[in-house]
Design a protein around this ligand. Structure first.
Ligand code: HEM
Length: 468
């Protein structure tokens, strides 16, 4: 039964709750339909578990920014928490362990951006490998999925471990396979059963594979940490793992949350959070640029005007490229790479938009509902850079641009992601023309739902541009 003054929602069935009201494979359509019936805050029962879905920029900001202290925790009783031993940062509950690790990641990312081998340098280094791959495919069709995934993974691997990997490298192959299977499992039907029925957790059911996969990844990272410990020079960190080991020494036994076991999950978390997100956004970008050649040509014209004979683009150049900026932001809006997030209410009954939310309620901000919200965008349902341009052709960012979420748990890799998207897209558009192959049929823009959404696999053709 719904508690007093709980948000409204569809009728609840015994045991199942509202599990028949939403497709577990892709709940986004059902979430949109329920919003039209019940408003910006409505409730659902996932089995016996209370959940509240929040839609629209105002309600989401109220929850994630104004009431951040109440709604920044993560549920701790899910399959994925048992798999990661409640360590890392992405799924850590709101508390000192999460805060210390978040701060440390932000600080380390900032320091690497400023150092001699700066982040920009690393990204340009990786772009060279993308260019080799594209040059080998000139005149042929290629599937860019692996290439972009690899590039994003390598950029974050350089920050974490000070190294990049070839795609067929055993280490990378195993990690990518385990993480892909884990994230599929984490929002699939077996996880829902594990989360709602504690009595089945010790049975030999398919979710046991999630534990095996996690153990495999953890072992690989543990070995890397051991290697780092053997070769590091204290006080002269090469990467985030070295910085973390320095920090552990500095802290000694101060009772802080820093430990080697934490480091293993933390590195896996940052790799996971920084790979699929960026690569799926890039994939969406090139899909839309190929199928909208007039937009691609206008980007290329602006890039030519601003860069002239300069040998390569720098992140600072973005301020002189309003159209390119608008296109990249529009790509992020339409890609909607992280469609939903999940929190839980950590304090006792909290008031939200006139409703009462009891402690322990799962809170699901529907980021999709903001990125295509009517009234917030000039063209909410189509790919159109005008969404980010004013009448003078200047770049503007509407309040509802929230692909990185909002509040204390918003994406901590936003700065890195924005730099990657800009440098990669500008460099590639300057050098190549991207063409939707004639025999590829009509493009299908419907994304595949997941923790991160991805476009359906597609082929691209590349040509060297005449000016190169
Ligand atoms: C276009 C690329 C990216 C997008 C769209 C994106 C989006 C997001 C979103 C929406 C969240 C919040 C999830 C929530 O509220 O539950 C998030 C969290 C996070 N992101 Fe990103 N992200 C991107 C790239 C990156 C990169 C490159 C990194 C690498 C450092 C990263 C690291 C993280 C981490 C660690 C969190 C968890 C923060 C916390 O819980 O305190 N992200 N991201």
């Amino acid at each position: 039964r719904r508690p007093k003054n709980f948000p409204p929602g569809p009728p609840i069935l015994p045991v199942l709750g509202n599990m028949l009201n939403v497709s577990l494979k892709n709940p986004l359509k059902d979430f949109g339909r329920l919003r039209r019936s019940y408003g910006n805050i409505y409730s659902l029962f996932i089995g016996p578990r209370r959940a509240v879905v929040i839609s629209g920029v105002n309600a989401i900001k109220e929850a994630l920014v104004t009431k951040a202290n109440d709604f920044s925790g993560r549920p701790q009783d899910q399959l994925i928490n048992d798999v990661n031993h409640r360590k890392g940062v992405v799924l850590a509950d709101y508390g000192p362990g999460w805060r210390e690790h978040r701060r440390f990641a932000l600080m380390t990312l900032r320091n690497f951006g400023l150092g001699k081998n700066s982040m920009e340098e690393r990204i340009h280094g990786e772009i060279k490998h993308i260019i080799y791959t594209l040059e080998e495919s000139i005149g042929k069709s290629l599937t860019p999925q692996v290439m972009f995934h690899n590039a994003a993974s390598n950029i974050i691997c350089q920050v974490l471990f000070g190294t990049r990997y070839e795609y067929d490298d055993e280490f990378m192959r195993v990690i990518v396979r385990c993480i892909t299977e884990l994230s599929k499992m984490a929002n699939g039907p077996w996880a829902t059963l594990y989360n709602s029925l504690p009595m089945i957790r010790n049975l030999p059911l398919p979710f046991t594979k999630a534990f095996r996969n996690a153990e495999t990844c953890q072992k690989l990272i543990r070995d890397l940490v051991i290697k780092h410990k053997k070769t590091r020079i204290p006080g002269e960190p090469r990467d985030l793992v070295d910085c973390y080991l320095d920090e552990m020494e500095k802290r000694g036994n101060d009772g802080s949350s820093f430990s080697e076991e934490q480091l293993v999950m933390y590195a896996l978390d940052l790799h996971f959070a920084g790979t699929d997100t960026t690569s799926n956004t890039l994939l969406t970008g090139f899909l839309y640029l190929m199928t909208n050649p007039h937009i691609q040509e206008r980007c290329q014209w602006e890039i030519g005007q601003v860069l002239g004979g300069k040998d390569r683009v720098s992140f600072e150049d973005r301020h002189k490229m309003p159209y390119m900026q608008a296109v990249i932001h529009e790509v992020q809006r339409i890609a909607n790479t992280v469609p939903l997030s999940v929190f839980h209410c950590t304090t006792k009954d909290t008031e939200l938009m006139g409703y009462s939310i009891p402690k322990g309620t799962m809170v699901i901000p529907n980021l999709t509902s903001v990125l295509n919200e009517e009234g917030q965008w000039k063209f909410p349902h189509e790919f159109n850079p005008e969404n980010f341009l004013n009448d003078q052709g200047e770049f503007v960012k509407p309040e509802a641009f929230m692909p990185f979420s909002a509040g204390p748990r918003m994406c901590l890799g936003e700065g890195l992601a924005r730099m990657e998207l800009f440098l990669i897209m500008v460099t590639l558009l300057r050098k190549f023309k991207f063409i939707w192959p004639e025999d590829a049929g009509e493009p299908d823009y419907t994304p595949v739902f997941g923790i991160t959404q991805t476009p359906k696999p597609y082929y691209m053709k590349v040509q060297l541009r005449a000016t190169q």
